[in-house]
Ligand binder design. Structure first.
Ligand code: FE2
Length: 151
């Protein structure tokens, strides 16, 4: 991993769920801003603001994803939620360390965040997107069941 270039959103990450894809783009964007600030050794106030933005946005985005998974009956909701919590906990811990006077955020944090985002979107988020796709196309969906009963 080069410290010069944070990974950005690309079509490779697309789930074909426009709202969620747009939110993932924002997440990568906020991550990129934090990356640049860490590499440039930005001031503490700036770091705090950026990591706080990432923390807030991620928490809000995860809630939306969880609502989507719930609405579409995704069977692995519980473990997916736990993965979200792991991410938020790490970001919160780093923010409060900075808040308490830790001199700077670590490159280790960047590695964690980037690996987590890439892996999570490519593997775990893709699972609920696929589940949604196949539920939509399933011939045994409730919609068809009711259609058969109606004249
Ligand atoms: Fe997710």
């Amino acid at each position: 991993m080069s410290v010069n270039s944070p990974i950005g959103w690309s079509e490779d990450f697309a789930l074909n769920l426009p709202e969620i894809d747009a939110q993932h783009q924002v997440l990568f964007d906020l991550f990129g801003q934090l990356w640049n600030a860490i590499v440039a050794r930005a001031e503490r106030a700036e770091m705090l603001r950026l990591i706080g933005d990432l923390e807030d946005y991620a928490a809000q985005h995860f809630k939306e994803e969880e609502r989507f998974m719930e609405a579409t009956g995704f069977p692995k909701l519980a473990s997916h939620k736990m993965a979200h919590e792991t991410f938020v906990r790490r970001v919160t811990a780093e923010r409060s360390a900075i808040d308490k006077g830790s001199p700077s955020l670590s490159l280790d944090l960047l590695r964690f965040l980037q690996n987590w985002l890439v892996e999570h979107i490519m593997v775990s988020d893709r699972e609920y997107a696929r589940h949604y796709e196949s539920a939509k196309q399933s011939p045994s969906g409730l919609g068809n069941f009711f259609n058969r009963l109606l004249p």
